[in-house]
Design a binder for this molecule. Structure first.
Ligand SMILES: *Cc1c(COP(=O)(O)O)cnc(C)c1O
Length: 266
């Protein structure tokens, strides 16, 4: 990208992302990729089995042009409206939008117009509405079934006991192409509690695959815990802050009811 494009950045963008965002994003990507590779090596896995899904929420659209310039093509967004606005602003770029956050059924009609993946399928109602709208668009959608593995009421997702009955009925929605299961681990400094969430998801995935063989993938792990997730079998890690820097907004905006952990627990 040429220097003239930097005129697109506001003073606030430059304060947050620096004057050379493509360079710093590329450097951060390299660091995250080598951490992924090291976690794979420790756990006897191939780095090819782990996909890095960069999470671009709160990064403004003009800055995302630099993320694209740094080589990122899959953009993970938690909120549909934010993703929609960015898709409109960046329509000239060949981006795969991956919606990773809770979706209200009344937003499904927007999602099916532009999203490539959806990681937060958590109800029959949503599956029905997605299938119906996808059918109208004559297209399919890759989906992950979200599971609440931490037992926290603030987290979205199916209860673990409901996963197998849910998966047994996925064939009723032929436009949905199930890829695997997704979770957010507990926000805790206690590594074993975090690990327990990831192990639970893996056990559920193994049982779900017996019912629906396409459910091979585990979407789990974020900036604070992706190495633990990889040790426990993650195939997709959703990483935002380790690539784009700390977010200025509270995560409670994305996870309603979240009680923020103490700073030293992050
Ligand atoms: C924001 C978000 C992430 C990434 O979190 P970071 O701390 O930025 O790595 C992962 N998954 C979901 C569902 C998110 O909303």
């Amino acid at each position: 990208m040429t220097t003239s494009h930097r005129a697109d950045l506001s003073a606030a963008d430059i304060a947050r992302f620096g004057a050379e965002p493509a360079t710093s994003f590329a450097a951060n990507l390299q660091t995250v990729r080598s951490r992924i590779a090291a976690a794979c090596l420790r756990s006897g896995r191939s780095p090819d089995d782990v996909r890095l899904l960069p999470v671009t929420k709160t990064v403004p659209a003009p800055v995302l042009r630099y993320a694209f310039a740094a080589g990122i093509r899959d953009f993970g967004e938690n909120k549909l409206q934010e993703a929609r606005d960015k898709n409109a602003a960046l329509a000239d770029l060949d981006i795969r939008w991956c919606i990773i956050g809770h979706l209200q059924t009344n937003k499904v009609k927007y999602l099916v117009r532009f999203a490539s993946e959806f990681h937060a399928l958590d109800s029959f109602r949503l599956a029905e509405e997605l299938n119906r709208r996808l059918e109208a668009q004559e297209r399919d959608l890759d989906v992950f079934v979200q599971v609440n593995t931490s037992g926290e009421p603030s987290k979205y997702g199916l209860q673990p006991a409901d996963v197998i009955p849910f998966v047994e009925r996925l064939a009723e929605f032929p436009r949905l192409k199930p890829q695997g299961l997704m979770t957010l681990a507990i926000f805790s400094a206690d590594v074993e509690r975090v690990r327990t969430c990831f192990r639970l998801l893996r056990d559920l995935r193994d049982r779900a695959m017996a019912v629906h063989p396409a459910l091979t993938q585990l979407s789990m792990g974020m900036s604070g815990d992706f190495e633990i997730a990889i040790e426990e079998g993650a195939n997709v890690v959703r990483v935002g802050q380790a690539i784009f820097g700390a977010r200025p907004t509270s995560d409670a905006h994305y996870w309603p009811g979240l009680i923020a952990p103490e700073p030293d627990q992050q």
